[in-house]
Design a protein around this ligand. Structure first.
Ligand code: CA
Ligand code: CA
Ligand code: CA
Ligand code: CA
Length: 491
């Protein structure tokens, strides 16, 4: 074969291929009949997965000549033009690649064909080599997993694939099409990513909270299971106070990447489950507002339902009361300001990630001075007869029913002169309870309306007035003026 002038640029005209035409006319149907291993010509992909818009190199690789030496090659190649566009075809220079001139390179990106012919200007091909690089762009609409033969050998009209030999003959190689590859533009899918999480700080920790996030997995349409990269997850899953973002990402072999994230917020408070016990017989379940105090703590108010339990003391638990973050608690005080003395405790427990505390609140202090004395009696006398049923938690209504009557006074009388605990960190006590108070003093303190507790009108509220009330006497001008229902004859 005598090469003509080399053509290194793409041509679309068949008449640019005189040598190929010659080969086709003279040598069509020739068969290899030599000894030794056959020569193999393969289409080899640069990568096994590529995304839309990406570049796919397909190399034309040959094993050594089965006999003699080769002086030229013509190749007829088909490709899937609906998924691939052939942008360029170029010889790959190397010490073993004797082919250094392109006779024709005829690309048809509509039909998906390449007619290609190369030859040697100065030497012959005697060893296996990478001959050419076919550079494709993967088209956007592409999505194919594990698809073979996207680029393949096949006759184009009269043209076929074969080598020309130094001896003037031809050799038809064993042909290998492009093996299965992925044209993959779809991201993997993450599974198990949690919604954002908000938790309190764990009891006993000033750092944050342990949060167990579910395992996240990734699956890809072409590649199956993929590893998941996790960032932002703190050591031991102990999240600090504040918001931490944990990010999950996975990438398929085509480079399609997916990511998602979870915000874990640890709030700057801890939780405490607080049991409140109130000695004395309660009539109904009654809701009480409790004031919680401690050193350096702004008073915390919470509600708790006190259940009479059918016994001599009512109790209830307030769950998840928010308290400031402390490594531990050693002192807290609780009080129902409208009904009880203060109880200060120094022993706390934990339940799971919460603190636990238990207070016993003695009833009878409706004046919120941590003394059960004549002032509380005066308030009770003023409140006596109030029957507003929605006020079963109201001041002076100690037994939780819907009337303030003599039964409530028993809480004052049996606890008379009792003093509440000092607040945490305070050496001062609440003072001394008073057994009597003058009407003049009440008026001086702006409590003139309590003068009605002076049943015998002697200018003092004292034990004599208490006795009169206990015997069923006493004025009852409280507003509303008259009880809507009769008092129970409790005593
Ligand atoms: Ca994919
Ligand atoms: Ca009091
Ligand atoms: Ca009552
Ligand atoms: Ca009196």
């Amino acid at each position: 074969m005598t090469p003509q002038s080399p053509r290194s640029t793409t041509s679309s005209r068949v008449n640019h291929l005189p040598v190929m035409g010659l080969l086709a006319a003279c040598l069509s149907g020739a068969a290899f009949a030599g000894g030794g291993a056959p020569t193999e010509l393969s289409l080899v992909p640069s990568v096994t997965s590529v995304a839309a818009g990406g570049t796919l190199h397909v190399y034309l690789d040959s094993t050594a000549p089965a006999f003699g030496a080769f002086t030229g090659l013509q190749a007829t190649i088909h490709f899937d033009a609906s998924h691939l566009r052939l942008d360029s075809v170029a010889l790959v220079p190397s010490a073993t690649n004797a082919f250094d001139a392109t006779l024709a390179s005829d690309v048809d990106n509509v039909a998906g064909t390449l007619r290609y012919a190369v030859y040697s200007l100065s030497s012959t091909m005697t060893a296996g080599t990478r001959i050419s690089d076919l550079t494709f762009t993967v088209l956007d609409s592409t999505q194919m997993c594990g698809t073979a033969d996207l680029v393949s050998f096949g006759d184009i009209g009269p043209f076929t694939t074969r080598f020309s030999t130094e001896a003037g003959g031809v050799l038809v190689p064993v042909l290998h099409n492009l093996p299965a590859i992925n044209l993959d533009s779809v991201k993997p899918v993450l599974s198990g990513v949690s919604a954002d999480i908000t938790v309190p700080t764990d009891a006993g920790s000033t750092f944050g909270a342990y949060v167990s996030l579910p395992e996240v997995t990734a699956s890809d349409d072409c590649d199956g299971a993929r590893p998941v990269t996790v960032t932002g997850l703190p050591a031991g899953s102990i999240f600090p106070i504040g918001t931490t973002t944990v990010t999950y990402s996975a990438i398929d072999t085509s480079g399609n990447e997916v990511s998602d994230s979870v915000d874990v917020t640890v709030e700057a408070h801890q939780l405490m489950d607080i049991t409140i016990t109130m000695p004395g017989h309660m009539q109904n379940v009654t809701q009480r507002e409790i004031r919680l105090t401690g050193t350096g703590i702004t008073p915390i108010y919470f509600l708790v339902d006190i259940d009479p339990n059918g016994a001599t003391s009512g109790s209830g638990v307030a769950y998840a009361v928010e308290v400031p973050v402390r490594a531990s608690y050693s002192c807290m005080s609780a009080k129902d300001p409208a009904h009880t003395l203060t109880d200060t405790i120094h022993s706390f427990g934990t339940s799971g990630t919460r603190y636990t505390a238990s207070f016993t609140l003695e009833q009878g202090d409706s004046s919120d001075d941590d003394l059960i004395d004549i002032y509380d009696f005066s308030l009770w006398a003023f409140d006596r007869g109030n029957t507003d049923p929605v006020l079963n938690y109201s001041r002076s209504n100690f037994d939780g029913n819907d009337v303030i009557n003599n039964a409530d006074f028993t809480c004052i009388s049996i606890n008379f002169f009792h003093i509440g605990d000092s607040a945490c960190g305070s050496l001062a006590n609440p003072g001394m309870p008073q057994s009597k108070v003058s009407v003049k003093e009440l008026r001086r303190k702006g409590l003139g309306h309590l003068a009605m507790a002076d049943a015998n009108r002697d200018g003092w509220v004292d034990a004599k007035d208490i006795q009169i009330y206990m015997q069923g006497g006493g004025s009852n001008p409280a507003t509303p003026a008259a009880p809507a229902k009769a008092e129970r004859p409790n005593w």
